[in-house]
Write a protein that binds this ligand. Structure first.
Ligand code: ASP
Ligand code: MG
Length: 439
């Protein structure tokens, strides 16, 4: 079994969908094909939902009309036979009828999730109509039958294994099984989702649950790059990464992969391949148990970071101080990304300000609290970095003119993190590109 996931842009135009059909029929292995919604659709559905939540039915209706137009045009180019056009039209008619009905009922969070699910439901059904037109044997596996999350919104991998196996058994004669990314059922049995960008997560969960030989994530860039291509002019695709390195990179800002999507594949040791639909023969990036090589592989940046510094002379020679500080963050379910301590101060970073005011209030009895907003974490990721020769020297040489405010080194053998003001991010990434990679 092989899993192949195609993101929104890979199915966002009729001709791209045609290419996907070619890619999945290149070899004869049995495969589960996970599809996102057509690019732009989930955003449109979010807008519709927001209009409804705000009580603006007219705006919601206008957005629905616009989306329908898009799908009508899409179908015209997707399929050519009268029979398949009729089928494709029936698919969109059904889902847009649902969208019209919601205009008349009261809005709720459960309804919001139903609305957001329409994109993946339509993309997979339309793709199946196209496969049918091409005479490509396949079956549609309804993700809502096997993708389950618990009351904490965590995927239930054990249940997914059982339920997916049941679905696969129903179609054991089929080589191509198409399913929806992103959508799932929650503990209450309602339609839910794995959060924005969650189709990668679906793919990894499905790959783990079916013990796939590989989980291929097809996007529009040729793998994970050593630096942010939007900020630096010369970047290269990374050949191989370990699961741990990939998780750090995805978390610290590499947009190509959803950060949560590593653990299921890692747990079942299924290699993940990042491939490019535009250049299907490019090697892309492979993520495996082994790192492949030692040394720095990439840098990534995460914006919108808030630094909190707690300074207290009472911390001097005291024990239990850190626990008290951490308990405040725990109470407000706010996770800490970086931490550095000195004898009289501790600095931490968080990536959201939802409870910042409350957190600061509760920290104040411990000492002086300073807040620095709009910071960026720049992460240097690689394998056994600490053992890499001269790495710190290269790093600090490169950043001679950058006001680095925090450094976290040694927490993991895969990562060195620096905190810089957001305004220094581009410069930092550019300097590191030449300083660490010679690019
Ligand atoms: N369609 C969803 C989104 O745009 C899920 C995904 O594409 O991964 O967030
Ligand atoms: Mg995506």
């Amino acid at each position: 079994m092989k899993v192949m996931k195609f993101g929104g842009t890979s199915v966002g135009k009729p001709e791209r969908m045609h290419e996907v059909a070619q890619l999945i029929t290149k070899d004869n292995t049995q495969k589960i094909v996970v599809l996102s919604a057509l690019s732009g659709t989930t955003n449109a559905l979010v807008e519709i939902s927001n209009h409804l939540a705000a009580g603006d039915r007219r705006a919601a209706e206008n957005r629905i009309d616009l989306l329908l137009e898009h799908y009508k045009n899409f179908i015209q180019q997707l399929v050519v036979t009268e029979a398949c056009r009729t089928k494709a039209n029936a698919v969109i008619a059904e889902h847009f009828e649902f969208l019209r009905i919601i205009l008349r009922i009261s809005f709720s969070e459960a309804l919001n999730k139903d609305i957001l699910a329409q994109g993946e439901l339509m993309s997979t059904k339309l793709f199946c109509v196209y496969l049918e037109e091409k005479g490509i044997d396949h079956a549609l596996l309804p993700a809502l039958e096997f993708m389950l999350i618990d009351a904490n919104e965590e995927p239930q991998l054990d249940m997914i294994k059982v339920k997916l196996a049941e679905q696969l058994k129903l179609h054991s004669d089929k080589k191509i099984l198409v399913t929806q990314g992103y959508i799932c059922r929650n503990a209450r049995g309602e339609v839910d989702n794995l959060k924005r960008g969650g189709s990668d997560y679906t793919a990894s969960l499905v790959a783990a649950a079916s013990h796939a030989t590989v989980c291929e994530i097809w996007t529009d860039i040729d793998g994970m790059h050593n630096n942010d291509p939007r900020v630096v002019s010369k970047t290269v695709a990374i050949e191989q990464l370990s699961f741990d390195e990939a998780a750090e990179l995805a978390y610290f800002g590499a947009k190509i992969l959803h950060p949560t999507c590593i653990w299921p594949a890692q747990q079942e040791n299924v290699p993940v391949r990042l491939l490019n639909t535009m250049q299907p023969d490019a090697p892309g990036t492979v993520i495996t148990k082994e790192a492949g090589s030692v040394g720095v592989k990439a840098v990534a940046a995460k914006d919108g970071i808030i630094a909190i510094k707690i300074k207290s002379s009472r911390m001097l020679l005291a024990y239990g101080f850190l626990r008290k500080v951490f308990e405040v963050f725990e109470k407000y379910k706010t996770s800490i990304d970086m931490i550095t301590t000195s004898e009289v101060a501790v600095s931490v970073t968080i990536d959201n300000d939802h409870f910042l005011a409350q957190i600061v209030k509760e920290l104040e009895p411990f000492g002086t609290v300073d807040i620095e907003k709009k910071q960026t974490i720049v992460s240097i990721v690689g394998n056994e970095i600490a053992q890499t020769e001269h790495v710190l020297q290269l790093l600090f040489d490169a950043l001679r003119d950058v006001p680095v405010t925090m450094v976290s080194y040694g927490g993991s053998p895969h990562n060195i993190s620096l905190l810089v003001p957001g305004s220094e991010k581009n410069k930092t990434l550019q300097l590191l590109n030449s300083g660490l990679f010679g690019l």
